[in-house]
Design a protein around this ligand. Structure first.
Ligand SMILES: Cc1cc2nc3c(=O)[nH]c(=O)nc-3n(C[C@H](O)[C@H](O)[C@H](O)COP(=O)(O)OP(=O)(O)OC[C@H]3O[C@@H](n4cnc5c(N)ncnc54)[C@H](O)[C@@H]3O)c2cc1C
Length: 395
C-alpha cells in the first residue's frame, strides 16, 4: 500500500485544512481539541454547536454516499480528514454514534422511510443517538438480552433495563436490541428498534465513572413506545443487524482515535523532557516502545481499513481492538510514572483531572467496551487461529 498522497488527495487535504483553519477559531479553538473519549462532558454545548458548523459545509458523515447527505469520501479521504481534524485541534465530535454506527446501519438495512426520517438529522447534527445493547445480564453475552418489545396496535411497547448506555442523557434516540418473540432464547427472536428517548416510559440514571464524570447511564424502559415501523431489518432478525452495527464500530473512526493517541504521546514526551524523567533509562525505553507500537498500530489500521467493505468486521478487527486498547492502557500507566508524585494529585478545588490522569483512568474502560480483551482473545483463538471453541458451561 502506497501511503503517500496522490494529487487528488493533496487537493482534498488542502481543502480540509483550509476549512478547518478558517473555522476552528474563537470558542471552538478555545476547547483545544478536547471532548473526546473519556472527556465527553467537556464543552458539550459548544461542541453541539460545532457539529452544526461542520454540517453547514458538508463536513459531517463524509464517508456516507452522496444520496444520503455524505460526500461519498473514499477511505483515503476519510483518513486524511481525520488527520487534519486532529492536527487542527478541532472539538471532539458529539455525534459519533449517529454518524459511525446507526447511520451506516440504516443505510444498509433501513427502509426508504427510515432513511428519509433518520439520516438527515444525523447529517445536520440535530439528533443524537445512543446504543441500547448491554443489560445487567447481557454484556459479553449479548445474546442474553431480556428487554422485551411487544407490538400493541401500531406501536412497540418496550420494557426492560439497559446499562452502560453512553451519552443516553444527551441523546434523542436509542437503538435498542430487545426480545420480540416471547419464549425465544439466545440470538433468535430479537429485534432492533429505534426508540425516542424523550417520553414518560424512559428514565435515564447517570453512573459516575472513575473519572468522576458521567458519560454512561442506566436506562429504564417502562412501557416506552415507538412506532411499529421503527424496526430495522426484519422483526426477529435483530441479531444480524446488531452485529452489523458492531462491525461499523471498528471502521474508520478507529483512525481518528489513534491520531489523538499520537497527540497524547507527543504531550507525554514533552512532559518527560520538561520534568527530567526522559533521562531515566527505563522511562526512555518505555516511551520509545510506546512510540514504536503506535506506528505499528497506524500501519496495521491503514492496511485493514483498506480491506473493509460494508458491515463485515474482518478478523483483524479483533486483533486491532485488543492491540489499541492494551496499548492505550499501558500508555496511561506510563503517563502516571512519567509525572511521578504529581501524577497522583490534582491542583486543588474543583480537583479537575489533567490529561494524563484522565487517560490513565479512562483507558481502563477501553479494554472492556466494544468487546473486552478476553472476548477479543476468544474471537482471535476461534475465528482467526481455528483453535477449539471455549468450553461452554452446562448450567
Ligand atoms: C466506557 C464504556 C462505555 C460503554 N458504552 C456502552 C453503550 O453505549 N451501549 C452499550 O450497550 N454498552 C456499552 N458498554 C458496555 C460494554 O459493551 C460491556 O461492558 C462489555 O460488553 C462487557 O460486558 P459486562 O460489563 O456485562 O461484563 P461481563 O460480560 O460480565 O464480563 C465480566 C468479565 O468477564 C470476562 N468474560 C466474560 N465472558 C467471558 C468469556 N466467554 N471468556 C472469557 N472471559 C469472559 C470479561 O472479559 C470481563 O473481564 C460500555 C462499557 C464501558 C466500559
Amino acid at each position: 500500500m502506497d501511503l503517500r498522497d496522490r494529487p487528488e488527495d493533496e487537493a482534498f487535504r488542502a481543502e480540509a485544512r483550509a476549512w478547518l483553519d478558517a473555522h476552528v477559531v474563537g470558542e471552538f479553538a478555545a476547547l483545544g481539541g478536547r471532548g473526546g473519549s473519556g472527556d465527553e462532558t467537556f464543552g458539550f454545548e459548544t461542541r453541539l454547536e460545532w457539529e452544526k458548523v461542520l454540517a453547514a459545509d458538508g463536513w459531517t458523515c463524509i464517508g456516507w454516499p452522496v444520496e444520503y447527505g455524505g460526500r461519498g469520501a473514499s477511505v483515503a479521504h476519510q483518513v486524511i480528514f481525520n488527520e487534519e481534524y486532529v492536527k487542527a485541534r478541532a472539538p471532539g465530535r458529539v455525534s459519533i454514534l449517529g454518524e459511525g454506527l446507526i447511520g451506516p446501519t440504516i443505510i444498509h438495512y433501513g427502509t426508504a422511510e427510515q432513511k428519509a426520517r433518520f439520516l438527515p438529522p444525523i447529517v445536520a447534527g440535530e439528533e443524537l443517538w445512543c446504543q441500547g445493547y448491554s443489560e445487567p445480564g447481557a454484556g459479553s453475552d449479548l445474546a442474553n438480552v431480556q428487554t422485551r418489545g411487544v407490538l400493541d396496535g401500531n406501536e412497540w411497547v418496550v420494557t426492560g433495563q439497559k446499562v452502560w448506555t453512553s451519552l443516553a442523557h444527551q441523546s434523542d434516540w436509542c437503538f435498542v436490541v430487545c426480545r420480540t418473540e416471547p419464549g425465544s432464547v439466545r440470538h433468535r427472536g430479537l429485534s432492533y428498534l429505534l426508540v425516542p428517548m424523550d417520553q414518560p416510559g424512559v428514565e435515564v440514571r447517570p453512573i459516575t465513572q472513575l473519572t468522576r464524570t458521567s458519560e454512561f447511564n442506566e436506562v429504564f424502559f417502562d412501557g416506552a413506545r415507538t412506532a411499529a415501523a421503527n424496526v430495522v431489518g426484519a422483526v426477529g432478525d435483530g441479531w444480524q443487524v446488531a452485529l452489523a452495527t458492531l462491525a461499523f464500530e471498528r471502521g474508520v473512526g478507529l483512525l481518528g482515535h489513534q491520531l489523538s493517541f499520537r497527540r497524547e504521546l507527543d504531550h507525554l514526551m514533552a512532559a518527560a523532557r520538561a520534568n527530567g524523567s526522559a533521562s531515566d533509562p527505563v522511562i526512555r525505553q518505555r516511551l520509545a516502545r510506546s512510540f514504536g507500537e503506535l506506528e505499528i498500530l497506524r500501519y496495521n489500521t491503514l492496511r485493514s481499513l483498506s480491506g473493509i467493505e460494508g458491515p463485515v468486521a474482518p478478523p483483524e478487527a479483533s486483533i486491532m481492538k485488543l492491540y489499541w486498547a492494551s496499548w492505550h492502557r499501558r500508555m496511561g500507566e506510563l503517563a502516571i510514572d512519567v509525572m511521578g508524585p504529581a501524577g497522583v494529585v490534582t491542583e486543588g478545588f474543583p480537583y479537575e483531572l489533567d490529561e494524563f490522569q484522565r487517560t490513565f483512568l479512562f483507558s481502563r474502560s477501553e479494554t472492556i467496551y466494544g468487546g473486552s480483551n478476553e472476548i477479543q482473545k476468544n474471537i482471535i483463538g476461534e475465528r482467526v487461529l481455528g483453535l477449539p471453541p471455549e468450553p461452554k458451561g452446562t448450567a
